[in-house]
Design a protein around this ligand. Structure first.
Ligand SMILES: [Zn+2]
Length: 147
């Protein structure tokens, strides 16, 4: 399905946020990797991955699908993982407890020799001080340049 990818101003921290809009269905996904803000609307699916219909008889037409909306307005922060192969992963950290679980999970992962992780950073926006901060969690070696 066709989608348009754009950069918009993050509602939470004003940095650039990633936006993807599926223009036919109205589904969208907004994520800011500077603060973890996320807002998305998507068609609900059941445990088997099947679209949830409002009315069983009317079939899979857009008007009969169940749109779900999720917004994380005030996240604790965002995690940014970069791997050896250049592939990265980002996502929202909801609260401080999750940040602690996340960091110890990374500690476990990098304690083995097989991991592919180059670096891991937590990024936050502190509203009270109106500033962005970065918390390094792991860096493979001192020569790695963090983008
Ligand atoms: Zn943001």
């Amino acid at each position: 399905m066709g989608s348009v990818i754009d950069t918009i101003e993050c509602e939470n921290c004003s940095n650039d946020a990633y936006e993807e809009v599926y223009y036919k269905s109205g589904e969208f996904y907004v994520f800011c990797d500077s603060c973890g803000y996320s807002h998305r609307a998507f068609f609900e699916r059941d445990e088997d991955g099947e679209l949830v219909l409002k009315n069983e008889e009317e079939g899979k037409v857009f008007e009969n699908l169940t749109m779900k909306e999720e917004k994380i307005e005030n996240p604790w922060g965002a995690y940014n993982i970069k791997n050896n192969n250049g592939i990265g992963q980002t996502g929202t950290i909801y609260d401080e407890a999750e940040s602690i679980r996340f960091s110890s999970h990374i500690d476990e992962l990098v304690s083995t020799d097989e991991h592919e992780i180059l670096y891991v950073i937590l990024k936050r926006y502190l509203h009270s001080e109106k500033k962005h901060i970065e918390i390094p969690v792991y860096k493979r070696n001192e020569n790695v340049i963090i983008e």
